[in-house]
Design a protein. Structure first.
Length: 316
């Protein structure tokens, strides 16, 4: 028997075809996924053209190294052995023809020139003041002298001590002692003195060699001009082997050293030294065209080898 209402049955079947509750029946597979618009992929792009910021983007590779630089390095590496083959024989040939210096040409480096203060500190302790003692016990300034050995022997100018009955010498440390003339060389105006009571510690000067003197070398005088003890004056050697006539005496001094360092009354008998502080002469006097005993730029000294002959001492 057919249902009386086919419409309701039809609707029932439609509801049954799409139930609202879950069932154990497997759902039908959906159609394959397809895109309706075209999306470009990596395969259809040139290498390295991916936009920045995308996950599939990679940094642009560095440009390949220049071939010219490699080519230059290869040329240098290949050329170095040949350059050595060419240069080494040239160097050996140059060394073979290089002149070898003779022993005369090999000179030691010059020693530094000492300061003038160092020269003074070396010679001043050996300079003494010579005084003439009057019968009443008072003294007069006579001149200068220089100690030349450990015994305290002194070289001075003969005219400083000549005709003086009693002599006294004042050393740099303040020691004062009577002295006697032990030797004279009249033709050279040189005398040697020996103190009776030298100081406990005698400071002697170093004797140099006048044979090495040249015109223009330093000339340094330490003496007692006008009783100004151990005064320093400097100049240069102005001449060598000079001859001078002694005023008031029929005598000529020869072989003298001429210098322009200032000397005045009281400087006679003091040492003339070089820049090393070595004694090279004994001051004997000066020349003034007016005849007065005042310095006019020309002084003279007896060479130390001649002066040291008064004691039979050769210079160092």
């Amino acid at each position: 028997m057919l249902p009386e209402n086919p419409t309701i049955e039809h609707q029932f079947y439609q509801v049954k075809g799409t139930p609202s509750y879950p069932t154990h029946t497997r759902r039908a597979k959906s159609a394959p996924y397809t895109r309706r618009r075209f999306v470009p992929t990596k395969a259809d792009r040139p290498y390295g053209s991916f936009p920045r910021g995308r996950p599939d983007a990679v940094p642009e590779p560095a440009p390949p190294p220049a071939r010219s630089r490699d080519r230059l390095g290869t040329v240098i590496r290949r050329g170095l052995p040949w350059l050595g083959v060419l240069v080494i024989p040239v160097l050996l040939l140059a060394l073979a023809f290089t002149p070898v210096p003779s022993p005369e040409d090999v000179r030691p480096s010059p020693t530094p020139t000492p300061a003038m203060s160092e020269v003074y500190a070396r010679v001043a302790p050996a300079v003494v003041q010579i005084r003439a003692v009057k019968p009443d016990g008072t003294t007069l300034e006579a001149g200068s002298g220089v100690v030349i050995d450990e015994a305290g022997d002194i070289l001075t100018a003969l005219h400083v001590v000549q005709n003086v009955p009693v002599l006294s010498v004042l050393f740099a440390d303040g020691t004062e002692s009577r002295a006697t003339v032990i030797s004279e060389v009249a033709q050279s105006d040189i005398a040697a003195l020996r103190p009776a009571n030298p100081p406990a510690q005698v400071v002697a000067a170093t004797l140099g060699s006048p044979n090495t003197l040249r015109i223009g070398d330093d000339a340094i005088v330490v003496g007692n001009p006008f009783a100004l003890t151990r005064s320093l004056s400097t100049g240069v050697i102005s001449g060598l082997n000079r001859s001078v006539s002694v005023p008031g005496r029929n005598q000529t001094l020869t072989g003298l050293i001429q210098f322009d360092a200032a000397v005045n009354p009281g400087s006679s008998g003091g040492p003339l030294v070089n820049r090393d502080g070595d004694v090279i002469g004994i001051v004997t006097g000066l020349v003034n065209p007016t005849g007065t005993p005042a310095f006019s730029g020309v002084g003279f000294a007896v060479t130390i080898d001649t002066a040291a002959g008064a004691l039979g001492i050769p210079p160092d």
